[in-house]
Design a protein around this ligand. Structure first.
Ligand code: PBG
Length: 341
């Protein structure tokens, strides 16, 4: 055999570059699987669910087709299904009866309010699933803001005191993680101190560290019934969508105050923030694929304009690529079913 045909001649960089063929590893399913860098698993999923009063009630949310408000008994049933699918955690959001909403959101301090009753029922029936509760006031206020409104101003410190007390009640009801979404300054430290002083050292805090003043929350406001209530906007407490350094400062502050996990919200339009936070702080990092993101994919899919299933998986994979440890997504049970198949 001719040796010359077996020994490649020395090649210069240009020649090497010219012979590089990236399609080689893409040519077959086996090689694509072998070189896949990121993978979505059921362990990445947190399922946000909506609660309503009553029994055996299940109402579809018009702007979120396929997503329902559930009475506590049905939420328990869904949590059982989620646990069987291997979904690690559920995040609850209440649609509070209008008669219980007021200027200060005082119903959040009722130990037997809808969130706390649901937490007790869920923990009782499905103890193995993590329960994440939000301590923000917006489902409880008559104006739909996340804080106490006085003379047209969302007052920070009074809100923080109330949020910390609400977090304590949520922990006492059995919540595993408190996830305050209100963006008041100092809330993480206040919640940590209050939990620790009352024997709840093991209850974790997931900070909505970087929550942006976004249009993508629209359908959520229908889901919890704050749509018609909200006066003005939330720009005095959520972050300007134009800012990324500020998101870093906010996250640093929340971590110094004791946050165990950080979250970016909304998700897909803010993947640059996810990447920056992960690189900068190396903390457990999550993103919330919010209602408007869900609605866009679902609406296009239901119109036959995109392949909904593929868009769902691709969007969730994008979070993994950006550095997320997990994703809050309304697609959670659907994607879990798909991953199991
Ligand atoms: C407010 C809150 C919001 C969401 C969860 N809690 C946003 C808002 O109404 O301002 C949004 C979730 C979603 O859009 O899916 N504390």
């Amino acid at each position: 055999m001719n040796r010359m045909t077996r020994t490649a001649p020395r090649r210069n960089v240009d020649e090497i570059t010219a012979s590089r063929r990236l399609r080689r590893m893409r040519k077959a399913d086996w090689s694509r699987r072998l070189v896949q860098e990121n993978r979505l698993t059921v362990d990445d999923l947190i399922w946000p669910i909506f609660l309503i009063e009553g029994e055996n009630r299940r109402e579809e949310i018009a702007a979120m087709p396929g997503v329902h408000r559930l009475s506590v008994d049905l939420a328990v049933r869904e949590a059982e299904r989620a646990a069987k699918l291997g979904i690690p955690a559920i995040a609850t959001f209440p649609n509070v009866d209008m008669s219980l909403r007021d200027q200060t959101g005082s119903e959040i301090l009722n130990p037997d309010n809808l969130i706390n009753r649901a937490t007790r029922a869920l923990k009782d029936a499905v103890p193995e699933i993590g329960i994440i509760t939000d301590a923000a006031l917006d489902p409880f206020t008559s104006h739909g803001h996340d804080g106490i409104l006085r003379d047209g101003i969302i007052v920070n410190d009074e809100t923080v005191d109330q949020v910390a007390q609400a977090a304590l009640l949520q922990a006492a009801a059995g919540a595993d993680v408190i996830a305050p979404s209100d963006m008041m300054d100092g809330r993480i430290g206040a919640i940590r101190d209050t939990l620790d002083a009352n024997g709840f050292q093991d209850v974790a805090i997931m900070s909505y560290a970087t929550k942006f003043a976004s249009a993508f929350y629209g359908p959520y406001r229908e889901a919890i019934g704050t749509q018609g209530l909200l006066k003005g906007d939330k720009k005095t407490y959520y972050i300007d969508p134009a800012n990324t350094d500020e998101a870093l400062r906010e996250t640093e502050q929340d971590l110094l105050e004791g946050a165990d996990m950080v979250m970016v919200k909304p998700g897909l339009p803010y993947l640059d923030i996810v990447r920056r936070l992960k690189d900068e702080f190396a903390m457990p990092t999550f993103a919330y694929q919010v209602s408007g993101e869900y609605a866009m994919i679902e609406a296009a899919a239901r119109n036959g304009w995109i392949d909904g299933e593929r868009a769902m998986v691709e969007s969730l994979l994008a979070f993994k690529r950006a550095g997320c440890d997990g994703i809050l997504t309304y697609f959670a049970p659907r994607v879990a079913e798909l991953l199991k198949a």
